[in-house]
Design a binder for this molecule. Structure first.
Ligand code: DAH
Length: 337
């Protein structure tokens, strides 16, 4: 026993690991459950009683020496791969491309303009039912927008679907029954459309809704005019064209003077000098009724705009697909965080 201890002592005395692996092997050879030192401890019961005290001390000393060696040498390898002790887990992550996605910038800036006017932000869910996306918004049962071609269905009967517009959030907010209502609701929407430079099956909208006593079309025009002046600059003009939406009466589409050619005519505005940016109108009394709001007492306006369209105008982007490709060469051209 004594010789065995001496032999191991000689082996380990000058051990100097040059890699972490070597040190691991060393520890395993001597200290692991099946290693040489535990084996000696197991043999200890065969030692004659009169020698036990002395051998026991030697054995403990041997174990301490080896343990100390492992601990000392471990420090050399700290920070190397596979060792987490030199990683500062509290360090903040660096932004992937050091900036913000242009759609986030647009949403943030538009939200800010309406928030200054007293609008609050509302949210809804992307998976919705037929009632909130269509029925409550006065879409007749055979309206083409309910067709499979436009809508992605999750289940049929009962109809669960991906919202095709953020107008569903109007219904959700009206249902809560707290009046007056003054919200804007940004969100992602889905339509079964072929992907091209001008269309995508996923895009974003911002919905606005104001319901109170004595709300008129003039209020709607003034708020939208203010928004356009703030967002696109004081030289920007607006115009309204009569339109149709099932949930507003009267309805309109709003154009702004093309901010790319300044109204002179270019490819983006198809040489008209104007580009459409949103739909809007006075809430149809039917939708107030279906949400339990008295249309004799309250009136309201609503509007909905496409975020991609606005981003394309603001930053002169000519292909909608760029927003979804996450190409760093594109993203890095926007605001750095
Ligand atoms: N939801 C309409 C769409 O997806 C946009 C819209 C038009 C929203 C008129 C409105 C509105 O709130 O009043 O095309």
């Amino acid at each position: 026993m004594r010789e065995k201890i001496e032999k191991i002592l000689n082996e380990v005395r000058d051990f100097n690991a040059s890699t972490k692996e070597e040190l691991d092997n060393f520890r395993i050879t001597y200290l692991s459950k099946k290693g040489l030192v535990p084996a000696l401890f197991a043999d200890f019961k065969t030692v004659a009683p009169e020698l036990r005290k002395e051998i026991g001390m030697q054995l403990n000393e041997l174990k301490n020496i080896i343990q100390q060696k492992v601990e000392e040498q471990l420090q050399k390898f700290e920070g190397q791969q596979g060792d987490n002790s030199a990683i500062d887990m509290s360090m903040p992550a660096t932004a992937m491309h050091g900036g913000r996605h242009p759609l986030s910038i647009v949403r943030r800036d538009i939200n800010a303009i309406f928030e200054q006017l007293g609008f609050t932000i509302a949210e809804g869910t992307e998976v919705e039912d037929d009632f909130h996306v269509f029925s409550a918004l006065n879409f007749p049962p055979d309206h083409p927008a309910r067709d499979m071609q436009d809508t992605f269905f999750v289940t049929k009967n009962p109809d669960v679907l991906l919202r095709t517009h953020t107008s569903s959030i109007q219904v959700r907010v009206m249902e809560q029954g707290k009046l007056p209502i003054r919200i804007i609701a940004p969100g992602r929407v889905f339509r079964n459309e072929a992907i091209s430079a001008r269309a995508h099956c996923i895009f974003h909208q911002i919905e606005g809704l104001y319901i109170d006593e004595n709300v008129s079309f003039a209020d709607l025009k003034q708020v939208l005019y203010h928004f356009v002046q703030e967002y696109f600059g004081p030289d920007t003009k607006i115009r309204f064209r009569p339109s149709y939406f099932p949930f507003t009466e009267p309805s309109a589409e709003m154009d702004i003077s093309c901010n790319i050619c300044g109204g002179k005519g270019c490819n983006i505005c198809k040489h008209t000098g104007w580009v459409e940016i949103l739909g809007c109108g006075i809430c149809d009394p039917n939708i107030l009724i279906s949400s339990g709001i008295d249309p004799e007492k309250y009136t309201g306006y609503a509007f909905g705009m496409g975020v991609e369209r606005i981003a394309m105008l603001k930053y002169q982007i000519n292909d909608l697909r760029l927003f979804f490709e996450n190409d760093l060469r594109f993203l890095q051209q926007f605001e750095q965080a």
